[in-house]
Design a protein around this ligand. Structure first.
Ligand SMILES: [Fe+2]
Length: 298
């Protein structure tokens, strides 16, 4: 039995790339089949949440290449309704996102934004026009229009899972970070959807939309870096191919936010970034959740 346990570990999540060639030759075909079955069970019970572990959470990270935006799909698949939400959907990829929701048999209930984006138009308005029962969600501090204007400390429930709202202003005045719940039935490690407040080895710019480098520094240090070090960081963008980081990793290696406040402010002041090319289109549209052409109904 001990040998079997050891062999199963060959096929475990950590060894998911183990190929048949790595199986000792003395194993019988029936034992190989059994090991493969045990291995696929182990992988599927964890793969639903990528790196985070929960038998309830289904998690997908989706990418929009023009604006390098990540959209996140989360659902409670242990609940009979399979309720789901999308964080930071993009207008251009709404059809893709809705087809994944449909393929996986989910019921989309929320389309949420971390902030009023300046580099792309949110997909929330289009999603609502295609699935009228979906509610749009954004922070009250953003000054934007949405069905639900959330405030720091609120919980957004989907089935038996929830996201906690943390105010992380500084990139924009109304930026929030959504963090998966803290509790025995919630995914572990926790997952933080940081928008543009904290990027992998970077952070959002602070020179537009009510931004403030001092505020962003304080937000990240007080609301994100205080989470357990294994907390997974899922940003709204990445331009270099990174997909996920952790609080511990960013506290050690983020080239900006590991500095003291004065050095950080000086870095942010001297970025010399170009004027965002989409800002004049995206911000007005996103202030009304992407429904800029919406005509008032009588
Ligand atoms: Fe942004």
């Amino acid at each position: 039995m001990m040998m079997l346990t050891k062999l199963v570990s060959l096929f475990s999540t950590k060894n998911k790339f183990a190929s048949l060639s790595s199986i000792p030759l003395f194993l019988s075909p029936s034992l190989i089949t059994r090991l493969q079955m045990e291995s696929s069970y182990t992988a599927s019970s964890h793969s639903s949440s990528s790196s985070s572990q929960s038998s309830k959470l289904l998690f997908r990270q989706l990418f929009e290449k023009e604006s390098s935006t990540y959209t996140y799909l989360l659902a409670d698949v242990s609940h009979p309704d399979r309720p789901a939400l999308l964080i930071d959907p993009v207008d251009k990829t709404v059809d893709r996102d809705l087809s994944v929701v449909q393929d996986l048999g989910l019921k989309l209930i929320y389309a949420m934004n971390t902030h009023v984006h300046a580099d792309h138009v949110t997909g929330t308005g289009i999603i609502k026009s295609k699935v009228p029962s979906v509610k749009s969600v954004i922070s009250k501090a953003s000054g934007s229009k949405a069905d639900m204007l959330i405030e720091p400390g609120e919980k957004i429930h989907f089935g038996n899972l929830f996201l906690e709202v943390r105010a992380t202003p500084g990139h924009t005045l109304g930026c929030v970070t959504y963090v998966t719940g803290d509790g025995p039935d919630q995914p572990q490690p926790r997952m933080a959807f940081t928008g543009d407040a904290l990027l992998i080895r970077g952070c959002g710019r602070t020179d537009f939309q009510g931004g403030s480098s001092e505020q962003l520094y304080n937000s990240v240090h007080s609301k994100i870096f205080t989470l357990p070090k294994e907390t997974l960081i899922y940003p709204a963008h990445d331009y270099r191919g990174f997909t996920v980081s952790t609080v511990g990793e960013e506290k050690l290696y983020n080239p900006r936010l590991t500095k003291d406040l004065e050095t950080y402010k000086s870095i942010m002041k001297n970025l010399n970034l170009p004027y965002p090319k989409m800002i004049d289109i995206a911000v007005p549209a996103n202030l009304v959740c992407g429904l800029q052409d919406e005509t008032p109904k009588a």
